[in-house]
Ligand binder design. Structure first.
Ligand SMILES: [Zn+2]
Ligand SMILES: [Zn+2]
Length: 288
């Protein structure tokens, strides 16, 4: 029998009185004020108490990664790498199958993952939304993005044979500053969608400079061995099949560092789900 770790929440939001007050005031203001789309300023249809500020038209224009994908790292292999959400919905299931080749990078340096699945291209409107979510701390984006991502991955992923989702942790000071961990938010909703438990088994031991400020080759060394296993979860790892969840994949350095910690502790196999991945400038130009 699998010994499951505490899935109840680890260090997730403890808002207390102020958090509750904030939630009430956000909900109350929403009832009074119309919500405008971040992109075109049209008033957004109100179907939730705290709707996300995007209209239906702009939602359909979100940049989605276009199949076929490298079956290991998930990099889009076709000559056009991005489609709008609207176009993606018309792509047939056969193109989404796992029966696709491996990209040049993975052939040279195989990744530690069975697969990496990503939904969106980290560009244009997705960049704006992620900024609003993480830096303006508009938390309703978390669940909304997870639902969209879940839908995009539905035909590419089956949860059988996997034990849990493991969100990439933030350093505690960053967590306190932001008030939430974006990867926890994604993982919580994806766990519901794919019927997998969410286990916060890792913590980040020290702060590292923002990956976005560094060159490709500096990213892996920047992270060193920053991810550690919580002592009480050490016995959980041997033989486990774990899927990491993160928001953005750029060079994969964050996931590789987390993978090292999990494999050293005895994890059997690993995979990853990310909201969005960065693509080379050339690939983005044709879409914008
Ligand atoms: Zn709009
Ligand atoms: Zn690859």
């Amino acid at each position: 029998m699998i010994k499951k770790p505490d899935l109840s929440g680890g260090s997730e939001v403890k808002d207390g009185f102020w958090g509750l007050g904030k939630k009430i005031s956000i909900g109350f203001l929403d009832l009074l004020l119309p919500v405008s789309c971040l992109f075109c300023e049209k008033t957004v249809d109100r179907h939730k108490l705290t709707p996300v500020p995007i209209c239906q038209h702009d939602e359909q224009e979100l940049p989605v990664l276009r199949p076929p994908f490298c079956r290991l790292c998930g990099f889009p292999l076709g000559s056009s790498k991005i489609v709008s959400l609207n176009q993606f919905e018309q792509i047939t299931e056969s193109v989404l199958s796992f029966d696709t080749p491996v990209c040049g990078d993975c052939r040279l340096t195989p990744v530690d993952f069975e697969f990496v699945l990503a939904g969106f291209s980290f560009t244009g409107p997705i960049r704006t939304i992620v900024h609003d979510w993480k830096f303006n701390r508009f938390q309703p984006w978390g669940e909304w993005l997870a639902v969209k991502l879940g839908r995009l991955l539905m035909d590419r992923f089956a949860s059988d044979g996997w034990d849990c989702l493991l969100p990439i942790p933030l350093y505690y000071k960053k967590y306190e500053e932001r008030g939430f961990n974006q990867s926890n938010q994604l993982a919580s909703k994806l766990g519901e969608i794919f019927d997998l438990p969410v286990s916060r088994l890792l913590y980040k031991e020290f702060a590292t400079p923002a990956q976005s400020a560094l060159k490709r080759e500096e990213r892996l060394t920047n992270l060193k061995n920053c991810f550690k296993i919580k002592d009480s979860y050490r016995d959980f790892f041997p033989g486990k099949r774990i899927i990491f969840v993160d928001d953005i994949y750029t060079t994969g350095a964050t996931l590789k560092t987390a993978a090292r910690a999990a494999l050293t502790a005895g994890a059997e196999k690993l995979a990853a789900i990310v909201l969005a991945r960065s693509l080379p400038k050339q690939a983005i130009k044709s879409f914008l």
